[in-house]
Design a binder for this molecule. Structure first.
Ligand code: NCD
Ligand code: ZN
Length: 362
């Protein structure tokens, strides 16, 4: 079976100063192994991507090392409203952190939110980590500024219900969900829909189950499945941290996800929870529309849709050598990827050279 090249609009790459977790090559290698030919990279890096110097450093690193295509988000802060807007043409979007997470980019207060909504060009994507009340705040602030907003990693019933109401009233709100919020509940236990698939799961828990937004209840998982029609994109929020860091006294939140996402969605297709067209709409057409991404000519993903396999963290391309889905019996596996006419992945091997990837805004 063959799919078009997929896009993941929410990936944490970790170059430059946290490359022990991931760098542009390891992140894009993990992407290709998961059938993803474009990643959009988040700005909560070290150094944080909140000024032109850091953006340039990141562009240079990506040009040298990325094996698939990519875009780079700029990070909003209280003091960079004008600078951000001035660099919009070099960024795939502006990321607003309205809730606390890994890194120091949380932006408090209404003034900065309203100022960024007004200043960031209306034809460029604005994306937000905005949980619970912040979901309402960002939707209203964007609406009053006469612009659209994309809500990242929706996890709760209350949030998807709010997004549905906003959409039904014609507001320009789009959103994404992550596999872990549809396949796992608190404690990283399998959601009811996947208990059989996960019967031999290794069962990572404790710090390994920590992610932002947190894993929620079965009712929240059910609400996301029920409201798939208002979900525009599937994103991984691929947030690699090493086993040593997860075992430490201050474990960071986040899961790797690039190499398990498509197989999880295909497993859900096999279980009758969605159609293959639903997956393509959310991993190809949806992100392309929302993030204004260019076509990738002669690009496709070959799958063995029937293969049953168990992900093994240590065998992944990501430097986070674990996965919350370790031991799950997944159905469907990427066999090869062709990007712009070149075979870039084949049977576990990355064939693309570092630097093969293009910047989608470049
Ligand atoms: C992300 C990370 O590690 O960068 N962690 C997470 O739990 N999702 C941060 C984020 O996505 O906000
Ligand atoms: Zn994230």
């Amino acid at each position: 079976m063959r799919l078009p090249g997929l896009t993941d609009p929410h990936v944490h790459v970790r170059d430059l100063q946290q490359s022990h977790k991931e760098d542009w090559f390891s992140a894009t290698a993990a992407a290709l192994a998961g059938g993803v030919t474009t990643i959009l990279a988040m700005p909560n890096t070290q150094p944080p991507l909140v000024d032109e110097v850091a953006l340039t450093q990141y562009e240079v690193a990506a040009r040298a090392r990325a094996a698939c295509d990519y875009g780079i988000y700029f990070g909003a802060g209280p003091g960079n409203v004008g600078a951000a807007a001035g660099l919009a043409s070099r960024s795939v979007g502006l990321k607003l952190y309205l809730d606390a997470t890994f890194g120091d980019l949380k932006m408090s207060g209404l003034d900065a939110l309203v100022a960024h909504c007004a200043a960031w060009p209306k034809d460029r994507p604005l994306v937000a980590h905005a949980e619970e009340q912040q979901t309402a705040a960002v939707i209203l602030a964007a609406h009053l500024a006469g612009r659209s907003v994309h809500v990242c990693h929706v996890a709760r019933e209350s949030e998807i219900a709010l997004i549905r109401s906003a959409r039904e009233r014609g507001l320009a709100v789009t959103c994404e969900v992550c596999p872990h919020h549809l396949f796992l509940i608190e404690g990283a236990r399998p959601a009811r829909q996947f208990e059989v698939v996960a019967k031999n799961a290794r069962g990572w828990s404790g710090a390994y189950a920590e992610v932002r937004p947190r894993l929620q209840t079965q009712a929240d998982v059910d609400a996301l499945w029920t409201n798939l029609d208002v979900i525009d994109c599937f994103a991984t929020d691929h947030a690699p941290h090493t086993i040593t860091e997860k075992e430490s006294t201050a474990p960071p939140p986040g899961f790797p996800g690039l190499e398990t996402a498509l197989p999880l969605w295909l497993t859900a297709v096999h279980a009758g929870l969605l159609d293959l067209d639903d997956v393509i709409a959310r991993m190809h057409a949806g992100p392309r529309r929302i993030f204004n991404l260019p076509e990738q000519p002669a690009t496709w993903v070959d799958l063995d849709a029937e293969a049953t396999w168990q992900p093994i963290g240590a065998e992944q391309h990501t430097r986070a050598a674990w996965t919350p889905f370790e031991g799950w019996a997944l159905r469907g596996r990427v066999t090869a990827v062709t990007l712009r006419g070149e075979r870039v992945y084949d049977s576990g091997q990355i064939l693309a050279q570092p630097g093969f990837g293009h910047n989608v805004v470049g």
